[in-house]
Design a protein around this ligand. Structure first.
Ligand SMILES: Cc1cc2nc3c(=O)[nH]c(=O)nc-3n(C[C@H](O)[C@H](O)[C@H](O)COP(=O)(O)OP(=O)(O)OC[C@H]3O[C@@H](n4cnc5c(N)ncnc54)[C@H](O)[C@@H]3O)c2cc1C
Length: 810
């Protein structure tokens, strides 16, 4: 071991070794993996080694595909076998709804470029003769599944990294980490002190403890997991070559070939946590005595689906621990306020994800940019709330227990809720609100007319749609009030504020009293935010962004903040309010203010301090619904009382209704407005998304300008368009492929039924050559082929006359 490295990776599991290899691939070879015992000595050594590409987040799925595709290269470079079996895998559907979902999943595979196909129950049982097909509706075969040897794969990564110059240091625990003045790290290890420019926490079962060495409490926790390995089974022995893995989606089990027997793993509905703070330092390569009693219900279902298991001996039980995060995806990337510390932990599917993590993290360390949209595994996607013990236990247990349970798109899951509520929560409950959750905050979805109303979980349109339609109509014909607690707000002040924001944002800054839409770009010209910037005074600005992006945005802001002259304050929790929009919104506001808020005095995109009712407020003339509208922002202690009742009272004679997220989503789609995480994402660009109309290309020196100019010159390859879809009982939602005959020409970013315009709508990225001809396109909506047509303009108020309150342009 040297006494100094550019990068030290703490942990020699599959993830740490992959990170080292990917750094070396990029030419960063002054890297050491420091491992407290042997390679694989955490969760890795006893894993089942199964892998698959499927993930609820399509971007993570693409990185899983990359992981699977990289094994032959690692094997070849290292000269070590990874024991790869590309057996393919079968998912079984035991209910009609699940079968419908698998048909929809097939379309997703097609969109991802995977040659998956459907099987009848009998065909599935032919492929895997120990499956009992009774009661099955069908199955889906995915060729990009399989299993490997966890030990071989880890050593292969380590050898390949070593061949490229990295060092692997064994039997050396990292004892402490201290930040140095130069921005690097000083490590105390069992074998002596080491310094490093960067440290990577790939500590697996110990990652929470390693995080605490630098004052970071990562939201991850170890949980226990069982699988069994059987003696030889004649039916398995008779299969030449690989046998597809099987996931019994109603049975909570997965099965794969292991020699001439099988391995059966169980995701039980009553999972068990283990050492939530992380394993003890002296925890070895240990297993726990199997606890069959605990997993008996799920095991019994497994034995029914694979009846031969009742008659075959069990060779061994493996009962070990691995880590989970609240949403089951890993924690990757830099942590705000802890320079040059990088997370690569919380990974529960190491053999599906190790290369994706390694690739993104190596890019990030070397280039300052992960190179992909990795928000789904970004350590910044959770706030500090997620490390709360109860929250972490409940959400990780929910994820574990529902690993194979079918999730409906409109289903609201209960774990860890309610965690954060706004002061109006109880009032909204009384008004019939049903809630969704945004970064731990309860947010109204819609307001049900009766306490007894229960929404049905469905793949199609739910019975809540008529309620949403009512809220949409209220906004289009009268007014709706929408709580805007779920917007993040940052106050930027100081003598350097203007200069800094002018550099950070790609738009021109507004004049005092005005608001602007302000795309924020990375150096590579990709989107980092769809912010609005309001200028309250010469040197006082408010930036508004997505609530759940707070840690992500603050990390970005701070990375670009000058040493002095600018003060950045997150005022999200200090300020709340309502967005009131609809044709009656001005009359409602006029009842509450003494100011002239006419179109002439208070035009579109104006912002002003004024008293609203009995409260000092900041009012912006802006709305996402496509109607005349105002955002009223007040100190949080004035939000519920007096603002809310005063607003209701003022609106009572004007048809004002409280509205929720679903109505807003429908209203913005009728106008073709994009939102973050759907149309606007980290892998998007201004040209493709249409946000280029807010970019001041002639402004010098803003972040991402060169790349944005290059895109403008070359023209984007894709463009965001609004489609009308011939849908029946279900609308497009996200990630549906769009086809022109057999060519995939686009992908849906969001969709909903437009209740006012009475059409099913979808926003989508389409390749630009398709746009010339406006052809009929095909979309897969919940497994059914639907026709989609490009709308040349939004179906509602295309000239935005209502938003601006001007005469319609004909
Ligand atoms: C029973 C079971 C079955 C599984 N089956 C599968 C499967 O089929 N497919 C799949 O993808 N995943 C499976 N997993 C999960 C898989 O094991 C993990 O996703 C993966 O091993 C995580 O790898 P890692 O490198 O992040 O962590 P780990 O393997 O835990 O590695 C972390 C390493 O860091 C070292 N370390 C920690 N702290 C320090 C320190 N301070 N100094 C030096 N070294 C340190 C540890 O010694 C350890 O070797 C299974 C897990 C279990 C328990």
């Amino acid at each position: 071991m040297k006494d100094r490295y550019q990068v030290v990776v703490i942990g020699g599991g599959i993830v740490g070794c992959s990170v080292a290899y990917h750094l070396a691939l990029l030419g960063t070879t002054d890297v050491a993996v420091i491992e407290r015992r042997e390679l694989t000595a955490g969760s890795t050594w006893h894993a089942a080694g199964g892998f698959h590409a499927i993930n609820a987040d399509t971007r993570i799925a693409a990185l899983q595909k990359y992981t699977i595709g990289l094994y032959p290269q690692v094997e070849q470079e290292s000269g070590r076998s990874v024991g790869l079996h590309m057996s393919g895998g079968i998912e079984l559907a035991g209910t009609a709804e699940r079968w419908r979902l698998l048909r929809s999943e097939l379309a997703w595979h097609r969109m991802m470029g995977t040659d998956a196909y459907l099987l009848t129950a009998e065909e599935a049982a032919e492929m895997v003769p120990i499956v009992d097909p009774a009661g099955l509706f069908g199955a889906l075969f995915d060729p990009e599944e399989g299993n490997l040897d966890p030990n071989g794969a880890t050593h292969a990564y380590a050898d390949a990294a070593r061949n490229r110059g990295a060092e692997i240091v064994l039997h050396n625990r990292v004892l402490s980490l201290t930040a140095t003045h130069g921005g690097g790290w000083s490590l105390e290890t069992e074998q002596g002190p080491v310094s490093a420019e960067h440290v990577v926490n790939a500590g697996g079962l110990w990652a929470r403890r390693v995080g605490r060495m630098v004052g970071v409490d990562h939201p991850l926790t170890p949980m226990l997991h069982h699988y069994l390995v059987t003696e030889d089974i004649p039916e398995v022995k008779a299969i030449e070559g690989d046998m597809p893995a099987v996931t019994d989606l109603e049975g909570f089990t997965y099965l794969q070939r292991e020699g001439d027997g099988v391995l059966l793993g169980v995701y039980e509905t009553h999972p068990k946590h283990w050492m939530p703070e992380g394993a003890d330092w002296d925890f070895g390569m240990q297993l726990f005595p199997e606890d069959i009693e605990r997993i008996l219900p799920e095991l019994t279902i497994g034995f029914e689906r694979f009846p031969v298991l009742k008659d075959v001996g069990i060779k061994r039980w493996v009962y070990g621990a691995f880590t989970f995060t609240p949403d089951g995806n890993p924690l990757v990337g830099p942590v705000d306020g802890v320079p040059n510390y990088w997370a690569a932990c919380g990974c529960m599917a190491g053999f599906s994800q190790c290369a994706g993590i390694g690739l993104a993290l190596a890019n990030w360390i070397v280039d300052g940019d992960p190179g992909y949209d990795v928000f789904g595994m970004d350590v910044a996607r959770f706030g500090s709330y997620a490390s709360d013990d109860t929250y972490l236990r409940e959400t990780t247990a929910q994820f574990y227990a529902r690993r194979f349970v079918m999730a409906y798109p409109n289903e609201e899951l209960p774990a860890g809720r309610p965690l954060k509520t706004t002061p109006c929560y109880e009032d909204f409950v009384t008004l019939g609100a049903r809630f969704t959750v945004n970064w731990g905050l309860e947010v109204p979805l819609y307001f049900a007319p009766s306490i007894d109303f229960e929404e049905n979980d469905t793949l199609g349109r739910s019975n809540a749609e008529p309620i949403v339609a009512g809220e949409v109509e209220a906004v289009r014909t009268a007014a709706g009030a929408y709580e805007i607690a779920q917007y993040a707000r940052y106050e930027v002040t100081g003598p350097g504020a203007e200069r800094w924001l002018d550099h950070l944002l790609s738009s021109r800054l507004p004049a005092v009293g005005r608001i602007r839409l302000a795309p924020m770009l990375s150096e590579a010209g990709r989107l980092m935010g769809d912010l609005t910037v309001a200028r309250l005074d010469e040197d006082r600005f408010w930036l508004t962004g997505s609530y759940y992006l707070q840690d992500w945005h603050e990390r970005w802001f701070r990375a670009h903040l000058p040493a002095s002259g600018v003060e950045l304050r997150n005022v999200t929790e200090d300020r709340m309010g309502f967005s009131v929009s609809g044709p009656a919104s001005r009359e409602i506001l006029e009842r509450l203010v003494h100011e002239d808020v006419s179109n002439a005095a208070f035009p579109f995109l104006a912002v002003r301090r004024m008293d609203v009712g009995t409260t000092h407020a900041v009012v912006g003339r802006i709305s996402l619904t496509g109607e005349l509208g105002y955002e009223i922002v007040v100190p949080t202690d004035r939000h519920r009382q007096p603002l809310w009742p005063e607003l209701l009272e003022a609106g009572s004679t004007h048809g004002l209704r409280p509205i929720g997220d679903r109505a807003v989503d429908c209203l913005r789609l009728e106008k073709g407005y994009g939102i973050w995480s759907a149309e606007f994402r980290q892998d998007g660009t201004p040209g493709a998304s249409g946000l280029d109309r807010f970019v001041a290309f002639d402004k010098q020196g803003f972040v991402g300008r060169e790349a944005a100019l290059r895109e403008r010159e070359a023209g984007p390859r894709q463009r965001l368009v609004l489609l009308e879809v011939d849908a029946a009982d279900a609308d497009a939602s996200m990630d549906e492929g769009i086809w022109l005959e057999d060519r995939r020409v686009g992908v849906v970013t969001s969709g909903a039924y437009g209740h006012h315009v009475k059409r099913s709508l979808a926003l989508a990225y389409l390749e630009t050559d398709v746009l010339q001809s406006s052809p009929e396109l095909t979309l897969d909506v919940v497994g059914e082929k639907r026709t989609g047509r490009i709308l040349p303009e939004p179906p509602y108020d295309p000239s935005s006359s209502r938003l601006r309150d001007v005469a319609p342009v004909r």
